[in-house]
Design a protein around this ligand. Structure first.
Ligand code: 13P
Ligand code: SF4
Length: 337
């Protein structure tokens, strides 16, 4: 999806557009600052021949400067296609910026804040994976490793294929093995297990944002708003997913909400997605579980401006890690084509 046409936004227009989200964080003073920063980011993007890729969970003011907004799969594909720009500024978390570098090693890839990590990526190291893989190969000689893209590039390099929330079931069903070590998300692994006859051996990581959402919270909204459609991300726990009308990646949620005949939705994922929905599907009503990913929210407009101005922080990866991760990511694209 291409972001709306980019032009410096007047503080008044930005204020009107964003005020329903948060009257305090998006008051006149903040919007005046955003407006100046947006204008400077757009100027620098041009000067530096840079492109900004942003994940769906980013702050709404980041959407204003993004050339492309999407889920992990769309962003990986988009990064691969970048030709004209010399620099990719990645507004998302570290593993996503690494993926952009792997897909397009000839471009400089910048992330505005190095603290933008991910609890899933932190749940597995290359060493731990190598040990577990060797152990399981003794029991299941045909074992294949499918790693959710929410992991570091050196973990990807030890995997047979990657997957995202948009194609996990497809990749698992298409890979040539009946026994899959699936990592690092236990909730996504459980979800995939429910959709395949293959044996899924799960890692024990989870997303700290989605894992804290409870069935009680979802039921409370369901019972007080008749007819509401519940859309959940597969990183949620199984007892939450069983309450959902649809289990989808973040971009698939946007398409579902746009195309569905329903007009009320409970969005069971990180809060940022409801901001995108509010901006792009203003005629419908969205309710959210108010769970915020502190890693995603470390990316700010001022950080993005600093990144473009001072060319930091550059993503660098050893060649062997880059090549190994590229093989696993390309396999994902092949298997899910
Ligand atoms: P999507 O690929 O569905 O955007 O999910 C990424 C993510 O980090 C969800 O927490
Ligand atoms: Fe990682 Fe969860 Fe944040 Fe997504 S929402 S980036 S999985 S910590």
């Amino acid at each position: 999806m291409n972001a709306p046409a980019l032009s410096p936004v007047s503080p008044e227009a930005l204020y009107q557009k964003l005020s329903p989200l948060d009257e305090v964080g998006y008051g006149m003073e903040a919007c005046e600052r955003y407006s100046r920063e947006i204008a400077e980011i757009l100027r620098l993007k041009d000067e530096r021949k840079a492109i900004i890729l942003a994940h769906n969970y980013q702050r709404p003011e980041i959407f204003e400067v993004a050339d492309f907004i999407g889920d992990s799969l769309e962003l990986a594909r988009k990064a691969k296609e970048v030709r004209d720009a010399e620099i990719i500024v990645f507004c998302g978390v570290h593993f996503m910026a690494e993926t952009a570098k792997v897909m397009n090693p000839g471009r400089m890839v910048l992330i505005p804040d190095l603290r933008a990590g991910c609890s899933l990526a932190d749940a597995v190291t290359a060493e731990a994976l190598a040990d577990r893989k060797a152990e399981l190969k003794e029991i299941y000689p045909d074992l294949k490793v499918v790693s959710y893209v929410n992991c570091t590039a050196d973990v990807k390099a030890l995997s047979d294929a990657c997957c995202t929330s948009a194609n996990a079931v497809k990749v698992v069903n298409a890979i040539d093995s009946e026994n899959i070590l699936f990592l690092p998300d236990q909730n996504l692994a459980n979800y995939v297990q429910g959709q395949t006859s293959k044996r899924i051996i799960s890692w024990d990581g989870n997303c700290y944002v989605h894992h804290q959402i409870t069935p009680a919270e979802v039921n409370r909204v369901k019972s007080s708003i008749p007819g509401i459609k519940v859309i959940a991300h597969p990183e949620c726990r199984k007892d939450v997913l069983t309450l959902a009308d649809a289990v989808l990646s973040t971009s698939a949620m946007v398409r579902y909400a746009r195309e569905s005949e329903a007009d009320k939705f409970l969005i069971v994922t990180e809060c940022g997605l409801s901001d995108r929905l509010l901006m792009e599907v203003p005629e419908k009503h969205f309710y959210k579980t108010c769970k915020l990913c502190r890693f995603m929210k470390m990316i700010t407009l001022s950080g993005t401006l600093d990144s473009l101005r001072n060319l930091r922080y550059e993503i660098e990866l050893p060649e062997d890690v880059r090549d190994g991760a590229r093989r696993a990511l390309d396999r994902m694209l092949e298997l899910s084509a």
